[in-house]
Ligand binder design. Structure first.
Ligand SMILES: [Zn+2]
Length: 224
């Protein structure tokens, strides 16, 4: 749990993708004991929302047959088949995902195979999105990279003009990935999330608020 003191009137608890992190905002005057009691009273709500968040996050998977694996905004049944040699992941008939691994592969090896598949997907879909939006916004970046991030969908280093994308975006609907890319590129025009930033988002991607909600499944904010 992450606690932030803020000049607000009441306690607020939120659950954040991709891993269901719990964050609590509390007024300065509220003692810790009250905060703990409040969080405890919301335990069911927190669990429910964490389940929602994690259902769509590959972080909760064991990578075994019978699980549902998220990819590009849809859930696919996962089949794990044992085969010697290099692990591979393939999408069959747009209906199921087959993960081929040696029988000895542990969870982290299976996860790495899926991560490589996610990265390969992002390598295909991200460059045209970036190129199109660079042209449209009149900005340019020097590079983009993918990495695992626990609490953010993406970041933009304005100085280096570099964008980092969370690998878990490969699991999300394409329009949510596009929203995130537009968000990060607009940071090159406006670094903070102020009124000007929102006006630019409104101008270029009018439905960005709905896409943000979709990306976060009803959670309250997206930090980047
Ligand atoms: Zn941002």
């Amino acid at each position: 749990m992450q606690l932030t003191r803020k000049p607000i009137k009441s306690l607020r608890v939120t659950v954040h993708p991709p891993e269901g992190e719990v964050r609590v905002s509390a007024p300065h005057a509220v003692p810790l004991s009250v905060i703990h009691a409040f969080v405890e009273s919301r335990a069911d709500w927190i669990k429910r929302h964490q389940a929602l968040v994690r259902d769509e996050s590959p972080a909760s998977l064991d990578y075994v047959t019978g699980e549902q694996i998220p990819f590009a905004g849809r859930m696919y049944p996962l089949d794990v088949v044992h085969r010697p040699g290099r692990p591979s992941v393939t999408l069959h008939d747009d209906a199921r995902v087959v993960l081929s691994v040696p029988a000895s592969a542990d969870r982290s090896q299976r996860e790495r195979a899926v991560d490589a598949w996610y990265r390969a997907h992002l390598d295909i879909v991200v460059p045209p999105l970036i190129a199109a939006w660079e042209a449209r916004l009149g900005v340019s970046i020097t590079e983009w990279r993918v990495r695992k991030m626990k609490t953010r969908w993406g970041t933009c280093s304005i100085k280096a003009r570099r964008i980092w994308l969370n690998i878990a975006l490969a699991a999300k609907p394409p329009e949510c990935l596009e929203y995130l890319i537009v968000h990060e590129l607009i940071h090159l025009l406006e670094p903070s999330h102020n009124a000007r930033f929102k006006a630019l988002m409104d101008q270029h991607l009018p439905n960005w608020r709905a896409l943000r909600v979709k990306l976060n499944r009803g959670n309250h904010r997206q930090d980047d």
